[in-house]
Design a protein around this ligand. Structure first.
Ligand SMILES: Cc1cc2nc3c(=O)[nH]c(=O)nc-3n(C[C@H](O)[C@H](O)[C@H](O)COP(=O)(O)OP(=O)(O)OC[C@H]3O[C@@H](n4cnc5c(N)ncnc54)[C@H](O)[C@@H]3O)c2cc1C
Length: 451
């Protein structure tokens, strides 16, 4: 019998498998699809870490405590302080551990949601998963089984650890623990309708295996759930473009967001999840990010969410030599758009936005910019649900908990299938970060569980 069974081969699952194997455990990792990777491999590749060498090299002062304060603030204190503390205490070690596993980081990016100082460390996400997988397999203790879906967890009186029923009809048993790392449910329309009806009209981009299997299996064993009311989309996705999975965050460089009536509707510097809620409440669930040439020039072709030049080449921007001409193209009354921009420029000059209270580009940093230099640009934007950021309740040891706070014997979970860490909103890099940090904890704890 193997020591640990891991369900799902995204960042959380491979981190769990590697950590368990490094503790000396034998591991079976089952992956539903032919290729592992999940949403992790598709992602933007940003991970939130604080106090790293890369930040020091860029003169960025940061600390686990500052990260803790930001995560709590962004999560609006709905998130579980103990889980957030565990993340903050473990993340630096996890960062080094990733490096030892062969994961390569690029310099920290400056424009990120919910971060009071830049701390989004970027990787090639598919390479990161490949590196974790290679390191796990290199231990010689991990048996990887692709095309093998876990269907159910089965408890019995004579077994302290649930057995895993697999799609081929066989039953797999673990001597120490089972780790659910099967991702979220952004590809399960029924669950989305149940938990996030407000996002029915949004765009969904996630790994094909994100169907809520682990959530369903945990629920069947009596697991409690967390943060289910806070499924949110990310603002900035072009409503019809299918070339770019990623959103565009021109607002964080100084653009404003206006709805089809030509009106602003939100403080554009807040978390892009809260901007997601705001855009879903607008006519047609759509807005335009409006900027001028000066703001356009601050784009960054190394960062997908800021690569304005590429989206321009792809024909996704409307461009006008005047605001009136731009307004006509996007079917907004020209005088209304001009008045909105003039009013906004007045707020920039006065240093005070009495309508929505915007004071900075993003999360307390960056000076606002006037929108004044032709040509002017408009990027159609709705919300995209990349992940569900809610689910099974866990404790700091990644044990799955029931509503009364007791742990389900032998059951651990990590990554997007878990709830409680994000709370009401989301900081850039915290979902991939959570997958790695808690995946590592889950693997370690499962390996150490009493046989
Ligand atoms: C386009 C996009 C961009 C994103 N950008 C970022 C970002 O830059 N930073 C950030 O922090 N977050 C980002 N996210 C979110 C983040 O990528 C995910 O929350 C995180 O990667 C989830 O990791 P995971 O290991 O829990 O799940 P996944 O990576 O989804 O892995 C789950 C795996 O489990 C498998 N599986 C599912 N059910 C079963 C079953 N029954 N049996 C066996 N296997 C099963 C799946 O096939 C999949 O391989 C992004 C997401 C997307 C889609």
């Amino acid at each position: 019998m193997t020591d640990v069974i891991v369900i799902g081969g995204g960042a959380a699952g491979w981190a769990a498998a590697l950590a368990a194997a490094q503790e000396g455990a034998t591991v079976v990792l089952v992956e539903k699809l032919a290729e592992s990777g999940g949403s992790s491999a598709l992602s933007g590749g940003c991970l939130a870490f604080a106090g790293t060498d890369l930040q020091a090299a860029a003169d960025i002062e940061d600390s686990p405590d500052a990260l803790f304060a930001d995560l709590r603030e962004v999560g609006q204190d709905v998130n579980d302080a103990a889980l957030v503390r565990t993340y903050c205490d473990e993340q630096l070690e996890a960062y080094s551990w990733l490096g030892q596993a062969g994961v390569r980081f690029s310099p920290v990016i400056e424009t990120a949601s919910g971060q009071s100082v830049p701390r989004a460390h970027t990787v090639d996400p598919a390479d990161m998963v490949r590196a974790l997988k290679a390191a796990a397999l290199a231990t010689g203790r991990v048996d990887y089984r692709p095309n093998t879906a876990a269907l159910a967890l089965e408890e019995s009186a004579d077994r302290p650890i649930p057995a895993v029923r697999l799609a081929d009809g066989s039953i797999a048993e673990a001597g120490r623990g089972v780790v659910i790392a099967s991702g979220g449910f952004a590809k399960n329309p029924e669950m989305l309708m149940q938990y996030a009806p407000g996002y029915a009209e949004a765009v969904f981009v996630a790994g094909a295996g994100s169907q809520g299997d682990g959530l369903r299996m945990g629920l069947a064993l009596g697991a409690d759930l967390r943060d289910m009311d806070y499924v949110k989309g990310t603002f900035g996705k072009h409503p019809t473009d299918e070339t770019n999975d990623h959103s565009l965050q021109a607002v964080y460089k100084g653009a404003i967001a206006v709805n089809q009536d030509g009106q602003r509707f939100v403080d554009e510097s807040i978390s892009y999840k809260l901007l997601g809620d705001a855009v879903m409440a607008q006519p047609w669930h759509t807005a335009y990010q409006i900027m001028d040439q000066g703001i356009f020039d601050t784009g960054d072709d190394r960062v997908r969410i800021l690569d304005f030049g590429r989206r321009l080449e792809e024909g996704l921007f409307y461009v006008g030599d005047s605001l009136e001409e731009l307004a006509r193209q996007i079917e907004i009354e020209p005088a209304v758009l001009v008045a909105t921009v003039q009013r906004y420029n007045g707020y920039v000059d006065a240093g005070h936005d009495p309508e929505f209270g915007r004071t900075c580009l993003v999360h307390r940093h960056g000076r606002l910019r006037r929108i004044e230099t032709a040509p002017f640009y408009a990027y159609p934007s709705t919300a995209v649900v990349f992940g569900t950021y809610c689910g099974l309740r866990i404790d700091s040891h990644a044990r799955v908990l029931r509503a009364d706070g007791s742990a389900i014997s032998g059951l651990f979970a990590a990554g997007e299938v878990t709830g409680g860490f994000h709370g009401a909103a989301y900081m850039t890099g915290s979902a991939l970060g959570k997958a790695v940090v808690f995946g590592r904890i889950a693997g370690r704890e499962a390996a150490a569980a009493a046989a």
